[in-house]
Design a protein around this ligand. Sequence first.
Ligand code: ZN
Length: 211
Amino acid sequence: MKTIEIPAAAGRAFHTSTGQAFRIVTPHGHQAADFFAFNAVNIDESLSPNHTLVRTRCIKPRQGDVLLSCYRRPMLDFVADHAEGVHDMMIAACDPHRYEQLGVTQPHASCADNLRTSMQRLGYVVKVVPQPINFFTHTKVESDSAFVSPPNPVKPGAYVELQAKMNLICAVSSCPFDVKLPDWTINASSGPTELMVEFVEGKVKSNNFLI
Ligand SMILES: [Zn+2]
């Protein structure tokens, strides 16, 4: 099985062809995976959680959902969820401004920078960071509409399986968030850990993935 390791707090982008299935795995659990996807022939068309939830009528991605682009076209099938539904489509990617506003004085890795850097490695410039789907991210809307992120319950080895419905460039960021905030946990208290992308054999029409 071909795999890509995404180091803790870093990001990687890769090509996937129509029909290619792949898994995003959190080997240690409790680690948010910010996921982005772009049409390989026009990166202005990106995966859009906001457009998707209007179709699915759910603020969480669920197994069996078709994930839509900002042009409302099918981009990916959410084939299998082995993380018990612990995902988020609401939180914007963390970025240098977020950490600066939280009082971090040193340069800090972020999902936005991880996306931009990993896409640049493949020759693409991302001008606007799209809303990601945040797999393995525990958010809840309370009865008073308060929005919270309780401790992350995702178990070691949990994964999601996606299948491309068009030729895509995908990017995954191991969210570097490690700031201690009340009711806002995101990752394991011990800090970010690596993620894996595993390409599923037998569900491959062609695979010209690049790191
Ligand atoms: Zn992040």
